[in-house]
Design a protein around this ligand. Sequence first.
Ligand code: 4NP
Length: 150
Amino acid sequence: MFVCLGNICRSPMAEIIFRDMAERACRSNEFIIASSATSDENVIGGSGAPVYPPARKILAQHGLSSEGKRAVQLKSADLKKYDMFICMDRSNMRGVVRILGPGCAGKVSLLMDYTGRPGDVSDPWYTGDFETAYRDIYEGCSGLLEYLTK
Ligand code: 4NP
C-alpha cells in the first residue's frame, strides 16, 4: 500500500508505476498493489477525486494510464490486508500511525529508503515539478521491486 497525503499525486503515481514494473517483470501476481491518502480531503462526498491532471500527464508521457483510479483514504482494516505501508514522506508516516495505530510500526517505510537517496519523495504539490517526482518515484519503485526479490 503506497501512501501520501491526498492520494491524487504521489501515491497513485507509485501504484501505477510499480504495477507496470511488476507486470513487465511477470511478477504482478505476487502483489496486491494499491494506494491511499492519510487525509480525507479528496474523498469527501462519496467517490474520490481522480488523479491530479499534471500527474496524469506525466504518467501518460511515460506510457502509463491513470484511468479508473480514484482517491481513497487509508483505513484501520488495511493493517490486516497489507504487509507494507510505503510512504512518500515522513509526515505521511505519522499519518499512517495515526490511522493504523502503533501496531503498524514494523510495516511502515519510506519509498526513497529503497534507493541510494533515502528521504522524502519530491512533493510536486508544492514544487510543481512532476518530472522530478516521477524520477524519484520510479527510482523508489525500482529499488522496492529489487528489495522484494531478495
Ligand atoms: P499528494 O499531493 O499527497 O501527493 O496526493 C497532495 C494533494 C493534495 C494536497 C496536498 C498534497 N492538499 O493540500 O490538498
